[in-house]
Design a protein around this ligand. Sequence first.
Ligand code: WT7
Length: 646
Amino acid sequence: MSKLYPVSAEFAAQANIKAADYASLYDESVTDPDEFWGRIGKRLEWSKPYTQVQDTSFDASDLHINWYADGELNVATNCLDRHLEKHGDKIAIIWEGDDPNESRRISYRELHAEVCKCANMLKNLGVQKGDRITIYLPMIPEAAVAMLACARIGAVHSIVFGGFSPDSLAGRIVDCTSKLIITADEGLRGGKKVPLKINVDEALQRPGTNTVETVIVVRRTGSPVAMQAPRDRWYHSLMAAQSTECPPEPMNAEDPLFILYTSGSTGKPKGVLHTTGGYLVYASYTHECVFDLQENDVYWCTADVGWVTGHSYMVYGPLANGATSLMFEGVPNYPDVSRFWQVVDKHQVTLFYTAPTAIRALMRDGEAPVKKTKRTSLRLLGTVGEPINPEAWEWYHRVVGDERCPIVDTWWQTETGGILITPLAGAIAQKPGSATKPFFGIKPAIVDVNGTQLEGAAEGNLVITDSWPGQMRTVYGDHQRFIDTYFKTYPGTYFTGDGARRDEDGYYWITGRVDDVINVSGHRLGTAEVESALVAHPKVAEAAVVGCPHDIKGQGIYAYVTLKTGIEPTEELRKELRDWVRKEIGPIATPDYLQWAPGLPKTRSGKIMRRILRKIAENQPDQLGDISTLADPGVVASLVDERMIR
Ligand code: WT7
């Protein structure tokens, strides 16, 4: 029996959504979605009101997803202009630097002016509606400014996380034929410099990147960087000349807003495309409901802007809601492991949203670094990115929240645009480790391997049976891949790639990915990507990569490597290969374990049996199952003998 944390009466008394509201609103949202979302959509300002709401089909032969299709609006207007009259002086972004002595407070009026200048700068450089702009920036306000400036003129941004390598950056530039890059001289995290401009220079030497005409460079650390004329331009000198007024481009609800690359189970990362109207309705409405947003809240989402959480719940959702959103440049353990809580006290943060991996890492250092701070401003805590183990949940609740703050464990994906399964703290009792119940309009179902929907308490694969406004619309440049990946496995439904259990109370428990995707510290990685990086090394003949248990990261990366004939497996080579992957993809992809594999378990048709490799990596050699169908069952014994986790 899992523990139940009932809704606190005190919290419920002031909450936006109470238990009775949840029941009736959920009921309406799934029985009459047109009426429900038609009403919710009015929370935004539309330059041309919509007359249509939902027009969608999950049938693979007739797949279409349109929301508010005849409406027009601009995302930047909704995030900025419409707040100016009443809330112009309200703080939109609190920026906390890597260095604890550096912070900035930017009002809605100031942010509006910066965004208009940046939008004019882009226009003057020839950027037009529909053009793709790559943003490769650290966590500085200019990242939000650049996003909103693109939105203002209808350019489509593609943010690439600053931890990705030049090759990964190049791949994303090539895929969307980007015209312009906005980057910085360097990033600063935990006192260490990240060579962003150098990475851009290297990326732009890769074939296919010559669509890039301009590189705009924000001066962050001031370290000298090579500027290549006429391609490279300084942000500050271009911005100085721009007007603070820029008329917003009227956008159709279904015009693209952004592309964000994410890993799949096969092939290259895919460009998840989100559009304008439905996305903003969904991001802003979920942000208000899930975090119980109120006028004076100071809201802090610790995610990097390079991930979808940074898009929906640091920038677009909060700013559309006129909230104060905190942006943190640094890391949880710099200058010391109290940093998160020092920032909470310094800026009087009320709503705090982070990842289980961060909580587990901080747990390791004990309670003292938390307890020496006050944290009395906090009233709600959230988590996202991976299943949270009940132990970490309890610690977060007891130590960080002083048993006072409800916890929202929010399940969603890059593809979903916003949160789909989550408690609403004023309405739904929490069970540590469960994402609990579907958000309004979301119809989850659990299917068995044949696609049969299971009723009541059940475990299987998680699908969503109807559309919601924040859903991705396509894989950029590859619509067929969109259909094949999400709508073919269980016809008529959106397949999430996750396994889940539903308990006797109708609560959902996400059990993790059921495809060849691993979740490392809440970041998604395709095993195929790591494998192709490994086999690109001249000494590697073959590689297979699986996830393994990891105390802090949730899942670690476990690689089996077969070397080319005559190559000696040495400790030096092991290090070389780990560094190689790090350089090819980025630090997050570095294998935690790299086991030499004289051979890999394969079927007679040559398919690698990952199930077996997973069990060995999980240190469960007695659960390998049937290995008689292997071409050479003998390889298994030696892999088991030399397994690296015991
Ligand atoms: C995958 C999506 C959504 C923003 C961060 C990750 C896992 C996410 C939870 C949660 C259990 C979770 C799922 C999902 N996941 N949140 N609260 N409980 N699992 O976005 O990189 O698109 O990854 O993260 O496996 O499919 P993403």
